[in-house]
Ligand binder design. Structure first.
Ligand code: ZN
Length: 165
């Protein structure tokens, strides 16, 4: 197993929609094992394949419940409810946390590594991670979930930092 370098803000792979996975073969199983290792090494609570430069619709997450990492292949958010604000960060925008408002509860349908249909659902951290990772797989970033004024402020912060000011 190996730890991937994580792609950061500005890398076009983060803005590219990922492709659905067909057959789950050894290369997919290896990729998932390496993504889990990379997530824990970071450390983070979720990781999408395009964050490590692979344009496939795969994400892993760990809702911090001691049951370990979950795998989502071809996940889709099928239902959301409510709304709440939570401090949110991203391994691809390292060092920043912003209060972001998103639906509170989310349901995701996906396939697991055995090729079986699985449903992940929850509010709080789980609901947040599910939406955040599916956003990555659509070519999105947490900045997209901000209202325009907040996004402008956040981008100014990131740009100032990358210029070394
Ligand atoms: Zn992220």
């Amino acid at each position: 197993m190996s730890v991937f370098p994580i792609r950061v803000y500005g890398d076009p792979v983060l803005r590219t929609e990922t492709k659905e996975v067909g057959e789950i073969d050894d290369s997919i199983r290896r990729l998932v094992a390496d993504m889990i290792e990379t997530m824990y090494d970071a450390p983070g609570v979720g990781l999408a394949a395009n964050q490590v430069g692979v344009g496939r619709r795969i994400a892993v997450f760990d809702p911090q419940d001691d049951l370990g990492a979950r795998v989502m292949i071809n996940p889709r958010v099928v239902h959301t409810e409510g709304e709440f604000e939570m401090e949110e960060g991203c391994l691809s925008v390292p060092g920043y946390f912003w209060p972001i408002t998103r639906p509170e509860y989310a349901v995701v349908e996906a396939t697991n590594l055995e090729g079986e249909a699985v449903t992940y659902e929850g509010d709080g951290l789980i609901g947040r991670v599910l939406q955040h990772e599916c956003g990555h797989l659509d070519g999105g970033l947490l900045l997209d979930a901000m209202v325009k004024k907040e996004r402008k402020k956040a981008l100014a912060e990131i740009n100032r930092e990358s210029m070394g000011l």
